[in-house]
Write a protein that binds this ligand. Structure first.
Ligand SMILES: [Zn+2]
Length: 203
C-alpha cells in the first residue's frame, strides 16, 4: 500500500486555512466516511481515503490534505485547494495550509471530464473492493495509486463503460481502493452506501 506518497509534481502556495463557510459538505461527509472506517489509518500509520468538492462553477476544488487519514475530526487546516493540473505532465498546483491529497490527480480528471460532478470520494474497504472488482468499471491492475496510468485508466473507463451513470469504480492496481462521485457529495456518498448494502445483502 503506497497511499500518502505523492507521485505528482506539486506547486504548493502555502496560505492560511480557508474559511469553513467556503466548503459545502466536505467536512460533513469526510466524518461520515471516517465513522464507517472508509477513510482512516492503517496500523502502520499510513492514512487512506480522501474526499473533494468542486468550487461552484469552476475547474478548482477543495480536497482533504495529504496524510490526514489518521485525524479523527477534520477541520479547515486539513483542507487544500487544487487550482490547476496538467495531467500529461503530472503537475498540480494547490494552495492552503496543507498539501493536497496524493490522489488529487484522480479527483481532478473526474471534475475535468464530467462538468456536472461536484463531489468525489475515494475510500478503502477490502470486502467491498473484492466484491465489486470487475463487476463495476475497474482500472487496470498495472495502474498504481496516484499515477498518470491511473488517470489514463479513469479517462478510458469514462469513455468506454457506463461509469458516467454508474458513478462508481474500483482500482485493481490499488488494493481496497474504490471511487464514487455525484452531482454533490450527498449523491457520491449514497452511491457508496448503496454498493455497501448490496454487499451486505449478498453475504
Ligand atoms: Zn487509496
Amino acid at each position: 500500500m503506497d497511499e500518502g506518497y505523492i507521485k505528482f509534481q506539486p506547486f504548493w502556495t502555502k496560505t492560511a486555512a480557508f474559511p469553513e463557510s467556503e466548503f459545502h459538505d466536505l467536512l460533513k461527509y469526510r466524518q461520515r466516511c471516517y465513522e464507517r472506517k472508509w477513510i482512516g489509518v492503517y496500523p502502520d500509520g499510513i492514512g487512506f481515503g480522501n474526499i473533494s468538492e468542486r468550487i461552484t462553477d469552476s475547474e478548482t476544488f477543495f480536497i482533504s490534505g495529504s496524510a490526514t487519514g489518521s485525524i479523527p475530526i477534520l477541520g479547515p487546516k486539513q483542507v487544500a485547494k487544487v487550482t490547476a493540473v496538467v495531467a500529461v505532465d503530472n503537475k498540480l498546483w494547490c494552495s492552503g495550509p496543507i498539501l493536497a491529497s496524493s490522489e488529487s490527480m484522480s479527483h481532478a480528471v473526474i471534475y475535468e471530464q464530467l462538468p456536472w460532478v461536484n463531489g468525489v470520494i475515494h475510500i478503502h474497504h477490502l470486502g467491498l473492493w473484492q466484491y465489486l472488482l470487475n463487476k463495476v468499471p475497474t482500472t487496470p491492475a498495472d495502474a498504481p495509486y496516484g499515477s498518470p496510468e491511473m488517470v489514463a485508466g479513469i479517462i478510458r473507463l469514462l469513455e468506454t463503460t457506463d461509469l458516467p451513470t454508474r458513478k462508481l469504480f474500483v482500482m485493481e492496481g490499488h488494493e481496497e481502493g474504490i471511487f464514487a462521485f455525484g452531482q454533490d457529495l450527498e449523491e457520491a456518498f449514497g452511491v457508496l452506501e448503496a454498493a455497501y448494502h448490496t454487499l451486505s445483502s449478498a453475504k
